[in-house]
Design a protein around this ligand. Structure first.
Ligand code: LIP
Length: 265
C-alpha cells in the first residue's frame, strides 16, 4: 500500500505542475490570508478517490473538507490526513515551494508519512520504526548547536492575533542562531529539519493536515517533535508545533525569553 501512496503523491504533484491561471482559480476562505484554489480541491479529490480504493474503510481528514464518515476513526481505526497543496499562497504566487502531504493513521498514531514537492521532485517518506528517506536515500536530522543553526519560523497567518509572539520568538531565534527562514509551507519546514537542511522549526498554529506527515517523517529522522509545550501533536485540532534536533529543541524549550509566551503554546 505504501508504494501506491507514493505513486499517488507524485501523480498529484503532476496536477500542481500542470496548473494554469492559478490566481484566477483562487478564492478566500476564512480570511484574506487563507486561500484555496480549484487545484487544491482537484488534488484532494484525486487523492481521496484513489486512497479510498486502496483502503475503503478509512476516514479521510483533508484541508478542503473531510470525507464525512466517522471522525472517531482518527483515534480508533484507519484514517488518512491529507494536505493536497501545502503552501497554497506559494502556489498561487508562483514561489514553487508547495507540497502534497499524506499521512496514514492507525488507532490515532501516524504509521506512514509521504510528502512530495513537485517543483524540486523531492519525495520524503517514512514508515513507523523504519527511518526516514528522501528519494530513497536515508536522512537524519542535524546535530548542530543553536549557535550554528538555521531556524525556520512559521508566521501563522490565519491567526494574526499571535503575530506579536511569533515575531518576538523569531527575533529570539534569530539572535541565538545563524539565521532564520520563512518558507510559507509547514511541510517544507518539517522535512527540511528531517534532512538536516534546517535545525529547528516552530509555528504557533498549524492544522493537523499541515503537520501530520511531515512531523512524523522528522521524528523518524531522529528529530524531537511536539507542541511548543512538549505535548504530542493532536490530529483533531490546531496546535503549536516545535520540531528540531535535540540541542536546538531543548534550547527553545528552556529559553526564559520564549517561555514568556507559553500561554499561546
Ligand atoms: C500553510 C502552512 C504554513 C502556515 C500557513 C498555512 P496551507 O498551509 O504550510 O506554514 O504558516 O498558515 O497553514 O494553508 O498553505 O496548506
Amino acid at each position: 500500500m505504501f508504494s501506491k501512496i507514493q505513486e499517488l503523491a507524485v501523480e498529484a504533484g503532476r496536477i500542481i505542475l500542470e496548473a494554469t491561471s492559478i490566481e484566477e482559480a483562487a478564492s478566500e476562505k476564512s480570511s484574506n490570508s487563507d486561500i484555496v484554489t480549484e487545484y487544491d480541491v482537484r488534488v484532494q479529490n484525486f487523492l481521496i478517490e484513489n486512497l479510498m480504493a486502496l483502503c475503503p474503510d478509512a476516514y479521510f481528514l483533508g484541508e478542503e473538507n473531510s470525507s464525512g464518515g466517522d471522525e472517531g476513526k482518527l483515534y480508533s481505526g484507519k484514517a488518512f490526513v491529507i494536505d493536497p497543496i501545502d503552501g497554497t499562497t506559494n502556489f498561487v504566487r508562483g514561489f514553487k515551494k508547495s507540497s502534497v502531504s499524506i499521512a496514514y493513521v492507525e488507532d490515532g498514531e501516524v504509521v506512514y508519512g509521504c510528502c512530495y514537492m513537485p517543483y524540486c521532485d523531492e519525495l520524503f517518506t517514512a514508515q513507523k520504526g523504519k527511518g526516514a528517506y528522501l528519494n530513497g536515500k536515508r536522512i537524519t536530522a542535524s546535530d548542530r548547536s543553536i549557535e550554528h543553526a538555521v531556524v525556520a519560523v512559521g508566521t501563522t497567518p490565519y491567526e494574526k492575533n499571535k503575530s506579536r509572539a511569533t515575531f518576538e520568538i523569531m527575533r529570539i531565534m534569530f539572535e541565538s542562531s545563524m539565521d532564520v527562514r520563512r518558507f510559507g509551507s509547514a511541510v517544507i519546514d518539517l522535512t527540511d529539519v528531517a534532512c538536516g537542511r534546517t535545525d529547528l522549526y516552530c509555528e504557533l498554529g498549524l492544522s493537523p493536515w499541515d503537520h501530520a506527515a511531515g512531523a512524523f517523517i522528522a521524528r523518524e529522522a531522529g528529530a524531537m517533535v511536539s507542541t511548543m509545550n512538549g505535548s504530542e501533536l493532536p490530529l483533531d485540532r490546531r496546535c503549536s508545533v516545535l520540531v528540531g534536533n535535540s540541542k536546538c529543541y531543548e534550547f527553545f524549550r528552556n529559553s526564559e525569553q520564549v517561555l514568556k509566551y507559553k500561554d499561546l503554546f
